[in-house]
Design a protein around this ligand. Structure first.
Ligand code: IMP
Length: 447
């Protein structure tokens, strides 16, 4: 029995979908704990490709309960479209449960998100425009609409009339946008409520019950560590807590119930949206990584910025999440390269630092200090064990594991499930290697 959190160790898009899909096979319950329809993963079912933004991919396993936890923000229109897509493919969604206390994204959230980005000009964040920030802002301001409010038609009418009139002042006066018609929005959301009602429960109670019955629970984070509102590259972050700590708050589970934290990282780095990115590659090499890695966003289709692996970020993610082991994805994207660079430390105004800076201004001044390793220049996509890998690829993995002081338990070499090397069982195998009292590191990658 194990309760496991899977988090992104970079700026999101690390390939968590594939890793959670792999781990979902042995999970009884999969819980999404933060974010909203800004996230996205592509899944292929019966030869058809489609995109899920809110529903965990565990929905494909009929015996796995899928939960959208209280720390998420729910856009009912998009959630219902996802339910419809699954229904068309005859995939049951009866085992999807939605938290009563999750907050709801409303039309004014989307409008304000897009309008405020435009108003920010060169200070824009590069959001997905899905209303995520304004939904969480209302949650903090205590003017939010929760799923349980949707379930109460009379209360909802009253609450929305007041809120929409209040938001209309902002839309009209601040952003010169036409006001929303409160009655139209109320009717639309009452319709959504009826559609979602069968799925709505006290999910914290369900999870607690599952824990007591010793079922395996997988807590699935969206986005990544550096997009965390508190621990990421603020202000260029999302408005929730993708870090492992967010899993407890975002589901109503105590920290003592968590057995393990698995981080997911690409073998290089990508970022969407604005903000500093020390190892970014602008030229031909960046294009090559983008092409080979098909680096385009699932939600917005935006081209992702690409760069070398940054072990300072890796070490930071290990620390902030209390990561036990790591899954390294897309190693095959590096297959053609003559040589590969890894950022081992930063140069900040002439001083060397191995620590991730807390200030974004300081982060913008960080220059990467690289170690260059030889490439392997052969395809790794058919490798299934560490022994199948070329020596240079194995050396690359060992180097990363040692730099980050975390065991690499899974290596992914392509999109399909079988293009994976399970180095060690990520759930029952390695824990984070602690230094021996004399300072020597434990073995980090068993070869
Ligand atoms: P928001 O979450 O839409 O408010 O966007 C805030 C920042 O997070 C922007 O830089 C987005 O590009 C980024 N972001 C949000 N969701 C994702 C994701 O799933 N993958 C990668 N970046 C994301």
């Amino acid at each position: 029995m194990a309760n496991v959190i899977v988090i992104g160790a970079q700026w999101g898009d690390e390939g968590k979908g594939k890793i959670t899909d792999l781990l979902s096979r042995s999970a009884d319950v999969v819980v999404r704990y933060q974010g909203g329809v800004n996230a996205g993963h592509t899944i292929v079912v019966k030869g058809q490709t489609f995109k899920l933004h809110l529903i965990p991919s565990g929905i494909l396993y009929p015996n796995t309960d899928c939960i959208i936890g209280c720390g998420t923000v729910i856009d009912p229109q998009i959630l219902i479209a996802e339910l419809d897509q699954l229904k068309e493919l005859n995939i049951s969604t009866d085992h999807l449960l939605i938290s009563e206390t999750a907050h709801v994204t409303m039309p004014y959230h989307r409008l304000i998100d897009q309008a405020s980005e435009e108003r920010r000009g060169s200070y824009k964040i590069g959001t997905t425009g899905r209303g995520i920030g304004p939904t969480y802002a209302d949650k903090s301001e205590r003017t939010g609409i929760r799923v349980l409010d949707l379930m109460n038609p009379d209360g909802l009418r009253e609450q929305l009339e007041w809120t929409i009139n209040y938001k209309n002042v902002i839309l009209e006066k601040l952003y010169n946008l036409p006001p929303l018609d409160p009655q139209e929005v109320i009717e639309q959301y009452l319709g959504y409520a009826e559609r979602l009602r069968p799925h709505v429960v006290d999910t914290s109670l369900k999870i607690s019950d599952a824990i007591q019955r010793r079922r395996n629970i997988l807590f699935e984070g969206a986005q990544g560590t550096l997009l965390d509102l508190d621990h990421g590259t603020y202000p260029y972050v999302t408005s929730s807590n993708p870090v492992a700590g967010g899993a407890c708050v975002g589901t109503g589970v105590g920290p003592t119930m968590i057995d393990r934290v698995i981080g997911v990282s690409k073998a290089y780095t990508t970022r969407v949206g604005e903000g500093p990115f020390p190892t970014e590659l602008d030229g031909e090499l960046g294009e090559l990584l983008c092409d080979r890695g098909a680096e385009f966003g699932t939600t917005t289709g935006r081209k992702r910025r690409c760069g070398w692996f940054d072990a300072v970020i890796g070490r930071y993610a290990v620390r902030i999440n209390g990561m036990d082991c790591m899954a390294l994805t897309k190693l095959d994207v590096l297959d053609e390269l003559e040589e590969i660079k890894v950022c081992v430390a930063y140069d900040i105004d002439g001083d060397r630092s191995e620590h991730f800076p807390t200030s974004s201004r300081q982060f913008a001044r960080c220059r990467p200090i690289y170690k260059t390793l030889p490439g392997w220049k052969v395809s790794t996509t058919n490798c299934r064990t560490l022994e199948d890998l070329p020596q240079a690829a194995l050396d690359y993995l060992k180097f990363l594991a040692e730099l980050m002081e975390v065991p690499i338990a899974i290596v992914s070499l392509g999109a399909s499930r079988d293009q994976t090397i399970i180095v060690e069982d990520p759930i029952h195998g390695p824990k984070r290697a602690l230094l021996h009292p004399d300072g020597t590191p434990a073995t980090l990658l068993s070869a």
